[in-house]
Design a protein around this ligand. Structure first.
Ligand SMILES: [Zn+2]
Length: 90
C-alpha cells in the first residue's frame, strides 16, 4: 500500500496555488516557465537599477551629480546626454 502526499504552495509571482513537485520549488509551472522567468527578470532589473542609481547622489530623477564639473565641456556633455535620455531637444 502506497501513500501519496500532495503538498500545495502559493506561487511567489502570480499567487495561485500549485502542486509541489520538489522541495525547493517556488513558482508554479502551469504556464511553462513563465512565472519563474518573469520573477528572475524582475530580480535582475532591480539589481541593475540599485547598482546604477540607488548608491549615487544625484539631482532629482536625473543622473547629473550634485556638483558642477570644473571642466565646462564635460558639464555641457553631461547635460546633453541627460537631455537625450529624457528625449528633450535644444
Ligand atoms: Zn505562478
Amino acid at each position: 500500500m502506497q501513500h501519496i502526499i500532495i503538498r500545495l504552495k502559493t506561487c511567489k509571482w502570480c499567487g495561485n496555488e500549485y502542486i509541489v513537485k520538489h522541495n525547493r520549488q517556488e513558482y508554479c509551472t502551469e504556464n511553462g516557465n513563465y512565472c519563474k522567468t518573469e520573477a528572475r527578470r524582475e530580480q535582475k532589473r532591480n539589481c541593475w537599477y540599485n547598482h546604477n542609481y540607488k548608491n549615487t547622489k544625484t539631482l532629482g530623477n536625473t543622473n547629473l551629480p550634485l556638483h558642477i564639473h570644473k571642466n565646462t565641456t564635460k558639464e555641457h556633455n553631461a547635460i546633453l546626454t541627460e537631455m537625450k535620455r529624457h528625449g528633450l531637444k535644444t
